[in-house]
Design a protein around this ligand. Structure first.
Ligand code: SAM
Length: 266
């Protein structure tokens, strides 16, 4: 079967690593697990006998039927040929419950997949995810405010989930080896919108505006997004220096500014 590099196909061949990834989800005997990009089944075959239900989403139209054939005798396993970005996760989650996610992600769409998972996590559809991605992206997801890697992806991730950095693998763990190192993260979905007193849609948009241009101060980014100088002046919390950039601020002061801006009439 021909490998399709465009689909980010670097298959995991390190036996200890694939077991460590599957083990990181813990006991899944009563859980529905959604696997993203099962490929040749390196992780699928470990989880198939363990999970209450395993639904694997694979876009490759040769790999998906081959996997479906291989797991055809296992009623708890379902292979769906679909683009994960088009999949409606709410239809895969047990009614009234949540699912867990696992995947060695196709790196060309990592950020889009993560955003989809955060949205589903905030909607109460997902509980945990164990996901492998390019090390640089994982570093951005887990970075703290003020460090070089902190940005919109970090803020969005940390509004939606607690992030555990599990381990990093060298290119030699895969066939063919990618050009980058890969890191496995575990996400515990726990949205912070209610705790910080902000609405999810409005605050997500505010974060995008705040981080729009890395070189600009937060105030200038917000001005460019249409907030007036007078509104910014009356709303600006004392805890935020006027010259601060969004990259240096934690989620609490950002939420404080957002609350002040949204409670002020023009
Ligand atoms: N899980 C396997 C492993 O660890 O060896 C394969 C991982 S490989 C890095 C990524 C997998 O995602 C490939 O099987 C690829 O075909 C699949 N894939 C790529 N784009 C996808 C998409 N949009 N939706 C679902 N699967 C996709």
């Amino acid at each position: 079967m021909k490998r399709k590099p465009k689909l980010g196909q670097n298959f995991l061949v390190d036996d200890r690593a694939r077991h460590a990834i599957a083990d990181a989800l813990g006991d899944v005997s009563q859980r529905t697990v959604i696997e993203i990009g099962p490929g040749r089944g390196a992780i699928t075959e470990i989880l198939a006998p363990r999970a209450g239900r395993l639904i694997a989403l694979e876009l490759d139209r040769e790999l998906a039927p081959a996997l479906a054939q291989r797991f055809s005798g296992q009623s708890k396993v379902e292979i769906v040929e679909i683009d994960v970005l088009r999949a409606d996760l709410s239809t895969l989650v047990p009614p009234g419950g949540t699912a867990d996610v696992i995947g060695n992600l196709p790196y060309y769409i990592t950020s889009d997949i993560l955003l989809k998972l955060f949205t589903a996590g905030s909607a109460g559809l997902l509980s945990r995810a164990v996901v492998m991605m390019q090390r640089e992206v994982a570093d951005r997801v887990s970075a703290s405010p003020g460090v070089r890697d902190y940005g919109l992806l970090s803020a969005t991730a940390q509004m939606n989930a607690r992030v555990d950095h599990l381990f990093t693998l060298p290119p030699s763990a895969f066939s063919p080896p990618p050009e980058v190192y890969s890191t496995v993260l575990r996400l515990h979905f726990a949205p912070r919108f209610a705790e910080l007193g902000v609405d999810a849609t409005g605050f997500d948009a505010f974060l995008k505006q705040s981080f729009a241009q890395k070189r600009k101060t937060l105030e200038n980014n917000l001005r460019a997004a249409g907030y007036s100088s007078s509104k910014l002046a009356v709303s600006w919390p004392t805890v935020i220096p006027r010259q601060a950039r969004a990259e240096s601020l934690g989620l609490e002061p950002m939420a404080e500014l957002y609350r002040a801006l949204t409670s002020q009439a023009e």
